[in-house]
Design a binder for this molecule. Sequence first.
Ligand code: FAD
Length: 413
Amino acid sequence: MTLRSRSKLPQTKPWLPQHQSSHVPYKHIAVIGAGIAGATIAAKLAEQGMTVRVFEAAPTFATQASGNLAGNCLPIIDKNTNSPYALWHWQAWQQAYQWWITQENPSQYGELTGAAKWSTIAKTQQQWRDWAEQINQPDKVVWLAQLPTHPQQAGLWFPQGGHLIPKQIIGNLLSHKNIRFYPNTNITKIDLSHGVWQLGSTTATYASDAIIIATGAHTAHLLPDWQDTLFPNKGQVSHLALSAWQQPPQNALSYGGYATPAVDEVTCVGATFEQATPLGLTEAGHKHNLQLLSQAYPNALKPNTTTIGGHSAYRANTLDHLPLVGPVINVPAYKAHIAPYCRQPDRITESKDLLLPNLWFSIGHGAHGLTSAFLAAEVLCAQMLGRASPISQSLAWAIHPARAIFRQLVHTK
Ligand SMILES: Cc1cc2nc3c(=O)[nH]c(=O)nc-3n(C[C@H](O)[C@H](O)[C@H](O)COP(=O)(O)OP(=O)(O)OC[C@H]3O[C@@H](n4cnc5c(N)ncnc54)[C@H](O)[C@@H]3O)c2cc1C
């Protein structure tokens, strides 16, 4: 590829259709799912003066993937610092930090005042060291021969990294005066009728101008067309009493597993990654979490320590480890239009009918939703209201929901 052609990015990709803003502000917006993805976008739109109804199947908010006591907030390390994967997670982390620092009494939501990350593998250490040098932003990340939390370890120090407390964040976001929360409301059906969306639960129907789907790993129950784009992956965290530690963590720690400072006297240590496993806490899961900790941080815990609980949930993973954020396509119409030319994208023409009007995704946040939901909310809000995007066009394409279906078409052809 010549330099010239590389600098000439196309202005459109018809297989990643863009929402054409109607410039009419939405009056009633529905968000399905009261995890971190749903709460962040609901609050963002509520702040713009819109009325937002948040529907949640469970009796309260933050019960599934966002139901952990606490989680780490850090960027991803990718030696290709310009990949969409690296750029998204870096920018998302910065957005989460901006959100946190601008809150009144931010400490109630966790602490983004420093996080340590280390590995005991020499090759990984060298890669991380090179990565920090390449990033070259010492206010954001530095390689230290002695970590402030663990002077016996060399590793990365993120002055703006830390841990977040999702329940506290979500509860507060949903308390906005323009948000009405509907717990115990499993949305089983959505239909478009004369330009207005109808959301059906087992007991009622709700009309809405626009819908944001933030249903995490459960998305395919509502929208089966998306079944093969999300891969539920069970994770379990373990809880430890403060008294279990020789020295309880004062900062978020990341070492292959992770540990957070105490929330209400309980620390959170994680996490497992399990394929095709039913939900529920297991002894094997706890053992795995404690082993990760003791391998990286010998003698962290007092002898004969036992866990005092935990949480398990499904992460919603995607193949490329980027979320699906943006307008939702009409999958059958999309496949019919795109499939014949998916290997010759230059021949694909624009079509107005590929998008389902005013339907949006913030799903597929995988193992990093506490970090990525804030930027996803900014991106969606800008797209919905026709405002300048906080991310580049190429990054918006990288997270566009349609790319997951497009990829399926290319691979099955
Ligand atoms: C063990 C574990 C550890 C993790 N650690 C970290 C970490 O340290 N840092 C980090 O950044 N991320 C971490 N993650 C990932 C992060 O928790 C998730 O990415 C994030 O919580 C996803 O949020 P969400 O809102 O997309 O999904 P969820 O929190 O799962 O929310 C989806 C909500 O939608 C509701 N819902 C689904 N279908 C319907 C329907 N039809 N009608 C009504 N409601 C519906 C569900 O009940 C649920 O409340 C971890 C995840 C796990 C499981």
